[in-house]
Design a protein around this ligand. Sequence first.
Ligand code: NI
Length: 264
Amino acid sequence: MKFFDSHAHLDDEKFNDDREEIIKKCIDENNCKFVTIGYSLDSSRKALNLAEEYDLYATIGISPNDIPQTKEQLWKDLIEMEHLVKTQIESNPKLLVAIGEIGLDYYWNRDNKELQKEAFIKQIEIANKYDLPITIHTRDAVDDTLEILKFYEAKNAGIFHCCPHNRELVKQGLKLGFYISFAGPVTFKNAKNADEIIKMVPNDKMLIETDSPYLSPEPNRGKRNDPRNVKFIAQKIADVKNLTLAEVARLTFKNAKTVYRIKK
Ligand code: NI
């Protein structure tokens, strides 16, 4: 059985002591593929380097929690970010599979909503220009996220990562052609409507992810997360949808390859 973790942060400093060991274990022992996701200029560069070194996939993006304080600096960063995308596409396009994570987060940052929106919109435009899907982070910002997506269409759609358990978001997201990616919180005992949300997502639109090193699923909640734990998310989906673990592994693997347009 092989798994595809659609969203992990292997560049995170929590892996500084054993990054190589973990990556090799995920690939060799667990037969796991994964995308290491950028969230800032620095982490995007690191993600690309890791993808290059270990034959993985990466994304480039500036997350709503990593945008600079001033408009001037934000635009400098966005220009730099686009340059990084362009350079990667010219040198080795295969390992760059999406723009992200990008989006809006009004849970952690309420004072810079306009800057967040500007960054989100500009990065959707960059994704469209370079013909890439996007991966979206949204927290406490469902209405504004959907409004932007309806107005600034992401041509290749993409993924709602660690999808909030919000009916309207899932309904509208699916309508816009997006994939829904489930993470550790669906396994938490206090996850209110996780089952209902899982049932809303058709088999050909669901993805699994760890968001490592954060959000470890049960039974490893509270510990450092890594892509090997993605099987617990798959098991939860299998239980809710009455599928076997192997079926969920196969479906989510195929869906990840489709949304990220991975050929091999
Ligand atoms: Ni993430």
